[in-house]
Ligand binder design. Structure first.
Ligand SMILES: [Zn+2]
Length: 142
């Protein structure tokens, strides 16, 4: 399944490099902001087997889902190649889960907002710094 990855401004926190993954064959889109965790999915309606459902005019239907969580995270487990990104809603629960897995975690960062400013917290190093407005890797910027 092919997709084109682009960077767009997050509609929620205005981070300039929210990831927009467009699946050009299906028209599905997946937007994820690594700063505020905002997620917007445009997905084809499928049945439980994953097959696309068509209406009586043989047209597909899309569903849209928006998540406005508390913050975002990026976690790499020991021995894992990939970094898992996602968002969390209840900070205490999220941190409790991280603490339980502490010995298995290679690196973990998460974001939090205070006084209108987004910070990135390093869970292992116990440091906190201001989250930048962009990482400077955005391509196609006009
Ligand atoms: Zn955002």
């Amino acid at each position: 399944m092919g997709s084109v990855l682009d960077f767009v401004e997050c509609p929620r926190c205005k981070f300039e490099e929210a990831m927009l993954d467009c699946f050009y064959k299906t028209g599905e889109e997946y937007l994820f902001c690594e700063r505020c965790g905002f997620t917007h999915k445009t997905e084809l309606v499928r049945n439980k087997n994953g097959d696309i459902i068509f209406d009586k005019d043989k047209r597909v239907k899309f569903t849209e889902k928006t998540e406005n969580p508390t913050g975002a995270f990026a976690i790499q487990m020991k021995g894992a190649i990939a970094t898992t990104v996602g968002n969390y809603s209840i900070k205490k629960q999220f941190l409790d889960d991280l603490k339980k897995q502490f010995s298995k975690i290679k690196s973990a960062t998460y974001t939090e907002r205070s006084n209108g400013i987004w910070y990135q917290v390093d869970f292992i190093k116990k440091t906190r710094k201001k989250h930048p407005n962009s990482r400077g890797v955005m391509f196609g910027k006009k």
